[in-house]
Ligand binder design. Structure first.
Ligand SMILES: [Zn+2]
Length: 342
C-alpha cells in the first residue's frame, strides 16, 4: 500500500559551511577542482542523511551541487554569454545582473545526469530531482537573440526535456520543474507557459511535478508579499490550467501564507504537495502546527493525493533550523497519517 501523506521537500537545503558560505543565494564555492567535486558528493550524503534521519519519504540531493537553481543549468548551455551581463527586473520584483542570450541555446552535454545517478546510488528511498521550468529560465536572462520570451521558453523546454529524459534513465522517481514565474505572468502561463512545461516533461514515465511558490525568504520576496493584500489569489488563475495538464504533482505554498485554501480544490486529479513549512522564518514549526496546515488542506484535497512538503527551498536557512524543520515536517505528517488510518 502506498504511504499515506508522504513527505518531501521543495528541493534545496543549506550547504555545509566548508562548501559554501551560509545564508546566501549564488554563494561562491569554497573548494576547487577535485576537492570541490568530492565536497559536493559529501554534501549530498549529508543532505540525504538529514532527510532520512528526519523521516522524509521522497528525498532530494538538497541541490548541493549547484550554486543556483536556474543559473547553474544555464551556465552549461551554449548560446548564453556569462561574461557580459545586463540588469533586468526578476519577476517584476528586484534587479539582477543576468547573462545574455547571444545565439541559439543548446545542450551540448549532460548537465545533472551524473548528479542524479550519484543521488540514486546513495539511498534506497524514493528520490526527486529538480530542474528549473522554461518560463523561470527565460525570466532570469536578457534575450538578445530570440527577442521573444515564448520562443526562448520553447527552446529551453526542448533542452530540459533532453536532460529530464536522461535523468529519468538513472532511476529517479520524480522530476520536478520549478516555476515561481507562474505566480507572476498569468497571461503568459495561459498562452504558452503550461504548453512549454508539458514539452519539458514530454515522454517522462516517472512522476512529474511543478513547484510554484512565493519565493525564498529573501527581503525582495517578503516585501513583495506585503503588497499582495489579505488574500493571495495568484494560484486561482494557474491551477485550473494545471489541472488540465499532463503534470502529475503540484507543489505549492501554504504555511503562513494568505493563500485561500479552497484554491487547492482547483487541482482535481493532481497530487498536491502542500507547503507546511515556512522557509522565510527561523522559527521552527511544531509537529502540531504542520498537522494543522495539512488537516486544513484535507478539506480540499483527497487524502490519497496529499503530500507534506516545504513552502520552497531551504537553502537560505541555517542547517540547524533546516534539520529541525525537516523533523517537524515528518512528525506533523505522521500525526495526520495516524488520524487518517486510525
Ligand atoms: Zn520555491
Amino acid at each position: 500500500m502506498p504511504t499515506l501523506v508522504p513527505t518531501t521537500i521543495a528541493g534545496s537545503l543549506p550547504k555545509p559551511e566548508w562548501l559554501a558560505p551560509a545564508h546566501q543565494l549564488w554563494a561562491p564555492w569554497l573548494l576547487e577542482g577535485e576537492k570541490l567535486a568530492e565536497g559536493k558528493r559529501d554534501a549530498v550524503r549529508l543532505a540525504l542523511f538529514d532527510q532520512e534521519h528526519a523521516g522524509i519519504d521522497i528525498v532530494t540531493d538538497g541541490e548541493q551541487s549547484r550554486r543556483h537553481f536556474v543559473t547553474t543549468l544555464i551556465e552549461n548551455l551554449e548560446g548564453v554569454d556569462f561574461k557580459h551581463k545586463k540588469t533586468v527586473r526578476i519577476r517584476n520584483r528586484y534587479d539582477a545582473d543576468v547573462p545574455i542570450v547571444v545565439g541559439p541555446v543548446a545542450r551540448t552535454h549532460p548537465i545533472y545526469v551524473d548528479d542524479a545517478h550519484f543521488l540514486r546510488g546513495q539511498t534506497g528511498r524514493r528520490v526527486k530531482f529538480t530542474l528549473p521550468g522554461p518560463m523561470t529560465m527565460v525570466d532570469t536572462l536578457y534575450d538578445d537573440h530570440y527577442r521573444s520570451r515564448e520562443k526562448l521558453a520553447w527552446a529551453f523546454a526542448e533542452i530540459l526535456n533532453e536532460e529530464a529524459l536522461a535523468i529519468e534513465a538513472t532511476g529517479v522517481d520524480v522530476i520536478q520543474f520549478d516555476e515561481p514565474a507562474f505566480n507572476v505572468y498569468f497571461d503568459e502561463v495561459r498562452d504558452w507557459g503550461i504548453a512549454a512545461l508539458e514539452r519539458a516533461a514530454q515522454g517522462l514515465k516517472c512522476r512529474t511535478a511543478v513547484h510554484i511558490c512565493y519565493g525564498y525568504g529573501i527581503k525582495a520576496n517578503i516585501d513583495w508579499k506585503a503588497t499582495l493584500g489579505s488574500e493571495w489569489r495568484q494560484y486561482q488563475q494557474t491551477f485550473p490550467l494545471l489541472a488540465q495538464s499532463s503534470i502529475r504533482q503540484v507543489s505549492l505554498e501554504c504555511a503562513n501564507s494568505r493563500v485561500p485554501l479552497e484554491l487547492l480544490g482547483l487541482l482535481a486529479g493532481k497530487d498536491v504537495l502542500v507547503g507546511a513549512i515556512d522557509v522565510a522564518t527561523d522559527r521552527v514549526e511544531t509537529p502540531q502546527g504542520v498537522a494543522a496546515t495539512l488537516r486544513a488542506a484535507l478539506a480540499f484535497v483527497p487524502a490519497n493525493r496529499l503530500h507534506a512538503c516545504t513552502n520552497c527551498g531551504m537553502v537560505p536557512l541555517s542547517r540547524d533550523v533546516a534539520r529541525a524543520k525537516l523533523e517537524a515536517l515528518a512528525a506533523g505528517a505522521a500525526l495526520v497519517r495516524g488520524e487518517l488510518s486510525g
